[in-house]
Design a protein around this ligand. Structure first.
Ligand code: UD1
Length: 420
């Protein structure tokens, strides 16, 4: 399904029309991990067809779940879970598989996985995950890149104060805490919409979780969970990527299946760039100007700040603005790998540590480029749509982790893009 291939883009066409945004990858993965905790079948609707979702399905099947897909609905029956390990190959394929740790430990009381290690965004430590799980009574033995975890009976609820509102750690603690004995209170928890989606699903399954706002989540452990039917929230990063594609080509797009409330810090950036953005319930209309204006400063921050995942595609858009834009990447150390590839297309960008300065140029020119990571791939597609001539984007396995049939959607609104 996800063979080695490249995208060939003939740039310079305005995008115009309507698109549907798929379900959020960053919700679907923890939701799939959560289905492990349920006795009986769960149905996840609006589950995107992405290679990361397929990797999660392979993990669930390896653990003993029955999983079926019918179009965008994934049915997971976790009644016969009988394993507690994730093969190294699956851990390497998708580093966010670390989110299965809390669920396996809660369900089986024993978990064996390999350390997710570093990745294309720089070191990705899991110390906050492990510290919290240890506080909840999980004995974790780290050896030769492996984690061997065992609980004495049930996990125990505990007060967990996170030193950083880590998305992955908050998810792991939630998954471990719902079936634990007693109450777990997470302070400085992540506030991303994908966390609330996970909380909503778990509560439908019989969990007792209250988000009190301002980053506090209180989880009262319950005896067991049942399956539930749930619809994955729209993907706010895919929506943002489509917005950059419309903007950079001077086009206009009506996006369906979006949640404008999740784009609070994103929409003002497009307005600053001169785009007209109108939001209605589940819809967003964007209309680009003749020439984009620069964005003074984009600082990535934990939600509700500007998302680190949107930094690369928005940067691609600013390469053609009429002035200087500045980016400060506060979440990951090494998240400017797309810059070298954008330079090949004729962009003018300088990076110094966590800061990137983009001097807008009059035009980009097509070239062969290599996707460095998932959102970097989206940035190269965005730039390629506006570049003069032909752009070839290699390394599509990155893109397919997070965008469902991107080229099909873009073709439908006027792009000349094909996968070969
Ligand atoms: C992060 C993003 C999330 C995005 C995802 C995929 C934030 C806050 N999180 O989530 O929005 O969808 O990447 O790109 O924007 N950290 C530690 N120790 C830990 C865990 C994290 O030091 O145990 C540090 C990381 O090195 C990083 C930061 O905290 O600098 C963010 O980590 P975290 O939110 O956990 O990352 P993800 O869950 O991958």
């Amino acid at each position: 399904m996800f063979a080695v291939s490249k995208l060939v883009i003939e740039g310079g066409r305005k995008l115009q029309g309507e698109l549907f945004v798929h379900g959020a990858k960053n919700s679907a993965l923890p939701l799939l991990a959560a289905t492990l905790l349920c006795n009986g079948e769960s149905e996840l609707h609006n589950c995107p067809g992405l290679s990361d979702v397929e990797a999660s399905v392979r993990i669930l099947r390896h653990l003993g779940c029955r999983v079926n897909r019918q179009e965008d609905v994934l049915c997971v029956d976790a009644s016969s879970v009988d394993r507690c390990d994730i093969p190294d190959q699956l851990m390497r394929e998708m580093r966010s598989s670390i989110v299965f740790l809390g669920a396996i430990a809660a369900r089986i009381g024993h978990a064996k996985i390999s350390f997710p290690g570093g990745c294309e965004l720089g070191p990705r430590p899991i110390d906050l995950h492990l510290k919290a799980l240890r506080q909840m009574g999980l004995h974790i033995h780290e050896h030769h890149g492996y984690l061997d975890c065992k609980a004495d009976g049930k996990l125990k609820g505990a007060p967990v104060a996170l030193s950083f509102p880590s998305v992955g750690a908050t998810e792991n603690i939630l998954l471990a805490a719902v079936l634990a004995e007693g109450t777990t209170t997470i302070t400085n928890a992540a506030r991303e919409p994908e966390i609330s989606d996970l909380v909503d699903f778990l509560n439908k399954c019989g969990a007792r979780i209250v988000e009190t706002g301002e980053g506090t989540i209180v989880i009262s452990g319950v005896e067991s969970l049942h399956g539930a039917v749930h619809t994955v929230i729209p993907d706010r990063i895919a929506a943002t990527t489509y917005m950059t594609a419309a903007s950079v080509t001077g086009g206009n797009l009506l996006l369906h299946s979006v949640e404008p409330a999740h784009l609070g810090q994103v929409v003002p950036m497009f307005e600053e760039a001169g785009c007209m953005v109108r939001c209605r319930e589940n819809e967003l209309l964007i209309q680009a100007p003749q020439r984009l204006r620069p964005i003074k400063i984009v600082r990535t921050m934990p939600y509700p700040g500007f998302p680190t995942d949107a930094q690369a595609p928005v940067m691609a858009m600013t390469t053609l603005a009429s002035g200087t834009s500045v980016f400060v990447e506060n979440i990951f150390e090494s998240r400017y790998k797309h810059v070298g590839e954008l330079l090949r297309l004729g962009a003018n960008i300088k990076v110094e540590g966590r800061v990137a300065v983009v001097e807008g140029v009059d035009h980009l020119s097509g070239a062969e480029v290599e996707a460095p990571d998932l959102r970097g791939a989206a940035a190269l597609v965005t730039a390629g749509l506006a570049a003069e001539g032909i752009t070839q984007v290699n390394g599509l396995h990155h893109l397919d982790r997070g965008y469902e049939r991107l080229e099909k959607s873009l073709t439908a609104v006027g792009a000349a893009i094909k996968r070969i």
